[in-house]
Design a protein around this ligand. Structure first.
Ligand SMILES: [Zn+2]
Length: 418
């Protein structure tokens, strides 16, 4: 049995380092560690300095991910991941809590003086947020294979700078980025701690939860076409009001989401001619549907389509669907979910299992076939990607302890499976 000495773990140090990073890379509007900017480079240099006090080998892969490797007895690897990049005017925890809690776990393992049973690696993923080019999970998708250099080459930032030109000074050649796949060669398990970024844990008054996986997404634009007509001269019975389709379908997809325990969101509606004195001739809505179970997600999608056709008939209008984007759900590894649940119970006394609505780097690692799990820690007010993003310090401390316990269990699990 590996020796486990939790006394060596200092979660308070993680909180102090989070504040140090906030001082160094934030301003009055929040965190400014946008990937491929000087502030991001500053944050990464600061992290390297922290790592230089540990017996780890640090290197950057072809996709710009930074890896710190603590060699173990076995070549099998336990990976702990996070992202030090932020959105503009971001919070002080999103992404960097994962990295700094992982750093503390690495310190605790290294402090034992003997090599761990398995190799342990901390990874700072490159550009998780995609804040500058609108493409998130840059570095982690390069290792999973869901990375299309041809598509990425077309992306430009707000100032017209092309992505390949922005990443080049950071040592990234787009055509070689997927060579970073080799980093997962010996990966046996992947752990990621993250703030929840939603209201579920807070509403249940729970500090932490074990994450079941990331939602799959079906995203469509739906256009209803009726007949634009004068608002005064067209009696109600004679109208073919395209907005009637949107209104009814919006209410229907809320019921569909409730029925299946998923989420459905109508985020945008546009109407033509869009004036106060005309019945709407054309109305388009977006629909974003999410669920953890691919079959249920497929059922939610089908029910929404069926509802749209029924509604179109009722309203004497036409309906057409166009796919915007889609991603499959990534369910995490059942053994690791159990271990995550157990670790949380040991630290917090109580746990909860929940899916993740947002995508995370963990989804890409999971896609690559590495057994994966995440821990969520409560977000105050459920707010993130904003400078008011916050978590109680006692909960942050618990999250570092739970990640450490999970790492210990996962190392034993990896050893047993080898
Ligand atoms: Zn994040």
């Amino acid at each position: 049995m590996p020796r486990y000495n939790p006394a060596m773990l200092q979660p308070q140090r993680t909180i102090a380092e989070l504040k140090e990073l906030r001082e160094l890379t934030g301003d009055a509007d929040g965190a400014q560690r946008v990937a491929f900017t000087p502030t991001w480079v500053t944050a990464r240099r600061w992290l390297r300095e922290k790592l230089s006090h540990l017996p780890v080998v640090v290197h950057r892969d072809e996709a710009g991910n930074v890896w710190a490797t603590l060699k173990g007895v076995s070549d099998k690897e336990l990976l702990i991941g996070g992202h030090i990049d932020s959105v503009p005017n971001g919070g002080w925890l999103d992404g960097c809590l994962n990295v700094l809690a992982g750093l503390e776990v690495l310190r605790r393992i290294a402090s034992e003086g003997t090599p761990p049973a398995v190799t342990v690696r901390l990874v700072d993923w490159c550009d998780e947020e995609g804040a500058r080019f609108g493409r998130s999970l840059f570095g982690s998708s390069a290792v999973s294979g869901a990375f299309d250099p041809g598509e990425l080459r077309k992306l430009k930032d707000r100032d017209g700078v092309a992505l390949p030109d922005a990443v080049k000074p950071h040592g990234i050649d787009l055509d070689r980025a997927t060579e970073a796949r080799k980093e997962l060669k010996n990966a046996a398990a992947y752990l990621e701690l993250h703030i929840e970024q939603g209201p579920v844990l807070e509403s249940k008054q729970l500090p932490m939860g074990a994450v079941l996986g990331t939602f799959g997404v079906e995203r469509h634009a739906i256009k209803f076409t009726g007949q634009a007509a004068h608002s005064g001269s067209t009696p109600m019975a004679h109208r073919r009001d395209a907005l009637g389709g949107v209104s009814k379908l919006h209410m229907a997809v809320r019921d569909i989401a409730m029925k299946h325990g998923g989420v459905c969101t109508v985020g945008k509606v546009t109407t033509e001619p869009g004036i106060v004195t005309a019945v709407v001739g054309e109305a388009e809505m977006t629909l974003d549907q999410r669920h953890l179970d691919p079959n249920v997600l497929a059922a939610m999608y089908k029910e929404a389509r069926d509802a749209s056709e029924r509604i179109a008939k009722e309203e004497k209008i036409d309906v057409a669907w166009r796919k915007i984007w889609q991603i499959q759900p990534f369910p995490f590894h059942p053994d690791l979910i159990d271990m995550a649940d157990q670790s949380i119970k040991e630290v917090c006394g109580v746990s909860h299992r929940l899916p993740s609505g947002p995508l995370h780097d963990a989804a890409e690692v999971c896609r690559a076939g590495v057994p994966t799990v995440m821990l969520f820690v409560q977000s105050l007010r459920g707010i993130s990607h904003n400078k008011i993003e916050d978590t109680k310090e006692e909960h942050l401390e618990m999250s570092v302890r739970a990640l450490d316990r999970l790492a210990t269990k996962a190392m034993e699990w990896v050893t047993r499976r080898a």
